[in-house]
Design a binder for this molecule. Structure first.
Ligand SMILES: *[C@@H]1O[C@H](CO)[C@@H](O)[C@H](O)[C@H]1NC(C)=O
Ligand SMILES: *[C@@H]1O[C@H](CO)[C@@H](O)[C@H](O)[C@H]1NC(C)=O
Ligand SMILES: *[C@@H]1O[C@H](CO)[C@@H](O)[C@H](O)[C@H]1NC(C)=O
Ligand SMILES: *[C@@H]1O[C@H](CO)[C@@H](O)[C@H](O)[C@H]1NC(C)=O
Ligand SMILES: *[C@@H]1O[C@H](CO)[C@@H](O)[C@H](O)[C@H]1NC(C)=O
Ligand SMILES: *[C@@H]1O[C@H](CO)[C@@H](O)[C@H](O)[C@H]1NC(C)=O
Ligand SMILES: *[C@@H]1O[C@H](CO)[C@@H](O)[C@H](O)[C@H]1NC(C)=O
Ligand SMILES: *[C@@H]1O[C@H](CO)[C@@H](O)[C@H](O)[C@H]1NC(C)=O
Ligand SMILES: *[C@@H]1O[C@H](CO)[C@@H](O)[C@H](O)[C@H]1NC(C)=O
Ligand SMILES: *[C@@H]1O[C@H](CO)[C@@H](O)[C@H](O)[C@H]1NC(C)=O
Ligand SMILES: *[C@@H]1O[C@H](CO)[C@@H](O)[C@H](O)[C@H]1NC(C)=O
Ligand SMILES: *[C@@H]1O[C@H](CO)[C@@H](O)[C@H](O)[C@H]1NC(C)=O
Ligand SMILES: [Ca+2]
Ligand SMILES: [Ca+2]
Ligand SMILES: [Ca+2]
Length: 517
């Protein structure tokens, strides 16, 4: 047992490794696709510092420079973002501000620290930053800027060795929380990325359309002077496919200081998230305005099966200070039911609770309505034997090569034959009771298909009369065959569960009884 556990742990660890998704500004990889640069200096975006090529650097990234990076990521559940910041020349207590997705880094660099590496003969220094976080949002946004206030040939900065590593979701999953649990049922139903038209249906509580704004190149629904504290943003999604759970991801953008406020997320008026906010982002040049900016990744999940869903975002504050918020990178996921299910309790083929048209619920599974016809009978052989059959058995004994005798009990037995069994053979041995004075007969009723019914009556003539019925059925449809076998000491009844005319039906396949005459 211990060995198994250790092995499992080793395997798990091996699979849970961070995968280097994106590495740039090192080792000859200087493709700056996805990066936007505002207010840079000089004619090139790359400079040399010692033996390192920097994105930016001396006389290139300086006062007011703001760089952003934006990318979509494959399904993942953890992330590491790392970057090297090169402080070049005479920074005098200025700050570098980094929004490494939702993680905010504010670092002050005093004058005179470091050694002379490049630029003018003033001290330079390289700092490594790394953040690791739970992260499932499809998008990663990076913003880097500084509070430098002198010329770019006096104080400047650059970056190198930018790296994104992720823990990937298991193969076949569009979304996951980890790599241990099943996740292949999540589908990405809707994305409201950044294009304002995607947000046209989002309304405030007074039914007015919410317009969008741009901050540091990112389109945000809402934003400064658009969506205020105490207001809501709402949208309804229709025509959801059959599903059993719903999940919403978003990036919540907060402008100004949010310290005593709350963010609320509701799905269909059910409050799923009441997130206390304590965010005070660094000042970022949003374009025409410099605002304190922070954004956080949020998600909420609930059991859900209706075919429409109302999504409500709201913020609440006790303070009368107006401040603004917005959303983007909204992703709606649903956990879809198995194929042909109209509704279900969970993933997998056996958790359906209703089926789409022409499909019938059969043992939790949706099966096409004509896919389970009754068995077709092969032949019936009735042998009347005089030789007494085994004494230590019931008067009526049911046997089949396909069923382990010891699994059968008196009462109801559920029997399933898999779809690949072409012929079902059954044998019933019936022994007349020993007391001659009781006159019994064996009635057998064998349904071969909808039309043919065979009825037999046999009288017990003396002590040792025995009947052996051998019945073979064959079935041309390769489907699971489900039966209910009712056994008593003196009777056998076998019912097949079939689907006829869109209905799950129990058909008596055969029965044998002793009845008194
Ligand atoms: C430059 O390269 C040398 C040798 O390859 C190395 O020792 C040194 O640390 C490098 N300098 C920087 C700033 O990376
Ligand atoms: C962000 O990424 C998306 C998809 O990769 C792209 O369509 C969009 O233009 C990007 N936005 C910015 C600001 O780079
Ligand atoms: C460069 O910055 C330093 C301190 O940050 C300052 O003393 C110096 O005057 C600046 N030089 C120029 C040319 O602005
Ligand atoms: C932001 O919205 C504008 C339209 O207002 C659009 O042209 C632009 O592509 C959008 N930017 C992104 C990054 O989606
Ligand atoms: C909201 O506005 C739309 C038109 O923009 C209108 O059709 C709808 O009836 C309004 N709903 C409510 C609840 O006022
Ligand atoms: C937040 O609330 C606390 C206590 O309720 C209060 O002392 C503090 O001043 C508030 N801060 C702001 C920024 O409103
Ligand atoms: C607002 O005040 C009420 C009662 O004074 C308190 O229960 C609630 O938590 C406060 N909300 C926030 C967001 O501070
Ligand atoms: C808010 O965040 C600041 C700094 O990040 C921390 O010092 C403070 O304790 C937080 N306040 C609450 C109520 O969590
Ligand atoms: C938000 O609502 C609360 C309670 O309703 C109120 O005290 C506060 O002044 C409102 N704030 C704004 C900015 O409207
Ligand atoms: C056997 O007995 C059961 C229960 O009494 C009855 O429903 C069934 O029709 C009988 N079968 C025959 C063949 O008489
Ligand atoms: C028992 O019944 C069979 C006919 O079913 C008959 O051939 C046989 O002779 C009988 N035996 C006795 C002992 O009556
Ligand atoms: C029937 O069986 C009983 C008990 O075993 C026995 O006493 C009796 O003689 C038998 N009758 C015949 C006709 O064989
Ligand atoms: Ca300076
Ligand atoms: Ca220098
Ligand atoms: Ca300065």
């Amino acid at each position: 047992m211990i060995i198994v556990l250790i092995l499992l742990r080793v395997i798990q660890n091996a699979e849970s490794q961070f995968y280097p998704l994106y590495t740039v500004f090192s080792d000859k990889n200087y493709n700056n696709e996805g990066w936007q640069v505002k207010s840079s200096y000089g004619t090139t975006l790359f400079t040399q510092c010692d033996n390192q090529t920097l994105f930016g650097g001396f006389n290139t990234f300086g006062k007011s420079t703001l760089i952003t990076y934006n990318s979509s990521l494959p399904p993942h559940y953890q992330i590491i973002i790392s970057v090297k910041i090169w402080k070049i020349d005479s920074w005098n207590d200025e700050w570098i501000y980094m929004l490494l997705d939702e993680k905010i880094i504010k670092q002050q660099y005093p004058i005179g620290e470091g050694s002379r590496i490049c630029g003018i003969p003033d001290e330079d220094e390289v700092f490594s930053y790394e953040v690791q976080m739970i992260h499932t949002n499809k998008f990663i946004f990076i913003i880097i800027t500084s509070t430098l206030d002198q010329a770019a040939n006096n104080e400047s900065w650059g970056i190198s060795d930018f790296k994104i590593e992720i823990m990937q979701c298991p193969k076949g999953c569009n979304y996951c929380f980890d790599d241990l649990n099943q996740c292949d049922y999540w589908i990405n139903l809707k994305s409201y990325l950044q294009t304002p038209s995607e947000f046209n249906q989002w309304k405030r509580d007074d039914n007015t359309t919410i317009s969008s704004s741009i901050c540091a190149g990112f389109n945000i629904t809402g934003g400064q002077h658009i969506l205020g504290v105490n207001q809501t943003a709402q949208n309804i999604i229709f025509d959801l496919p059959p599903h059993f759970q719903a999940l919403v991801e978003l990036k919540l953008w907060l402008f100004d200081n949010w310290l005593n406020e709350t963010f609320i997320l509701k799905l269909d008026d059910l409050q799923l998230l009441e997130e206390p906010l304590n965010q005070s982002g660094p000042p970022i040049n949003c374009g025409s305005l410099t605002l304190k900016v922070a954004f956080i990744n949020l998600r909420a999940q609930t059991s859900h099966s209706q075919d429409s869903m109302k999504i409500t975002f709201a913020t609440k504050s006790n303070s009368s200070n107006m401040k603004y918020w917005g959303v983007n990178a909204i992703e709606v996921y649903v956990a879809k039911c198995s194929i042909n299910c109209q509704s279900c309790l969970g993933p997998g083929a056996k958790q359906c609770t209703a089926c789409i048209q022409d499909w019938i619920l059969f043992k939790g599974q949706c099966i096409h309505y004509d896919k389970i016809p009754p068995l077709t009978c092969g032949y019936i052989k009735i042998v009347q034997k005089l030789k007494q059959i085994s004494n230590n058995i019931n008067q009526i004994q049911f046997k089949s090569d396909l069923i382990a005798q010891e699994t059968l009990k008196l009462g109801e037995n559920e029997i399933e034959f898999d779809s690949t069994t072409p012929v079902l053979n059954f044998e019933i041995q019936a022994r007349c009771p020993q007391n001659l004075r009781i006159h019994n007969s064996i009635h057998s009723y064998i349904r071969c298909n909808n039309q043919q019914i065979y009825m037999f009556t046999r009288s017990c003539q003396n002590n040792s009369t025995s009947f052996i019925f051998q019945i073979n059925f064959y079935q041309k449809f390769e489907q699971i065959k489900q039966f209910i076998l009712k056994l008593s000491e003196t009777s056998v009844e076998l019912y097949q569960l079939v689907i006829l005319d869109y209905q799950l039906t129990k058909i008596l396949t055969f029965s044998l009884n002793f009845t008194q005459i």
